[in-house]
Design a protein. Structure first.
Length: 266
């Protein structure tokens, strides 16, 4: 059973799903499960396995969901003696349970895969992000941002995924939550304006747009005229990046990813 749960945990994290493990680490006297018993808990409270059932297990599930929200481990201690005093059981013993959140790699979606986009993708991969790069231009045409882009592992300097298409193609079937940062380094206002309404309708933790203050003002004015909620547009980081006097694509990528990391850590 434990081997099966560990396999399930690995498959969940590899598939981009956060899951917490709850493991009985110490017991005394009469308890429902002994040390080594394990349970997996998902964000919605769904479980696989058990650490004993009943009120105690319900409390563990609640703590595990909280651990997935704040990313912190917990060591839980319960006395199963007297429910009248708030104990979650009457078995007569004590139990300690260690709860550990297992989070998938955070994702960076790089929209616009030209010189800056490639530099951002490479740096993001090196920093440990899962990288999804996208461009609406065919990699095989003359207007291609880069015609020799291979697919593969972002740790090798290329994205985990390369999507050629629209923002709808990128978002289709993809979970966009607070662990996803979207970096728009596209070629013009038209591309930004077409992508932002769909992106701002997601729960992405960060959305940033490259360009001057004037370019962003133009983009924002256009979107407001099209009926996009100004409060939603306030979520956008623009001009993107931390000011470091960047000039080269690599320096601009450093500026952008510094802001993405800082946003995630605050």
């Amino acid at each position: 059973m434990v081997v099966s749960l560990l396999r399930q945990l690995a498959e969940a994290v590899d598939g981009g799903v956060a899951v917490a493990s709850a493991t009985v680490v110490d017991t005394s006297r009469s308890v429902p499960r002994r040390a080594g018993a394990k349970m997996l808990v998902f964000r919605d409270g769904a479980i696989s396995g058990t650490v004993g059932g009943g009120e105690m297990e319900a409390r563990v599930v609640s703590e595990a969901v909280a651990a997935l929200a704040d990313g912190r481990c917990r060591l839980l201690s319960y006395r199963l003696v007297d429910p009248g005093r708030g104990d979650p059981g009457v078995c007569g013993g004590d139990v300690q349970i260690f709860v550990e959140p297992h989070m998938p790699k955070p994702t960076v979606i790089v929209m616009g895969y030209g010189h800056v986009g490639r530099a951002v993708a490479q740096l993001a991969g090196w920093l440990g992000f899962r990288v999804v790069a996208t461009d609406d231009r065919s990699m095989a045409t003359g207007d291609s941002p880069d015609s020799d882009v291979p697919g593969g592992d972002s740790g090798d300097g290329v994205p985990d995924e390369l999507v050629i298409g629209t923002v709808d193609d990128v978002l289709a079937g993809r979970r966009i939550d607070a662990d996803v940062s979207v970096v728009l380094v596209t070629r013009n206002v038209d591309v930004d304006s077409a992508a932002l309404p769909a992106l701002l309708a997601t729960d992405a933790g960060y959305v940033g747009v490259m360009g001057s203050e004037r370019r962003w003002a133009t983009t924002r004015a256009r979107l407001e005229a099209e009926g996009v909620d100004p409060a939603a547009l306030d979520r956008v980081h623009a001009p993107i990046g931390i000011e470091v006097g960047a000039e080269t694509p690599e320096e601009i990528a450093l500026s952008i990813m510094a802001e993405v990391v800082a946003h995630r850590r605050t």
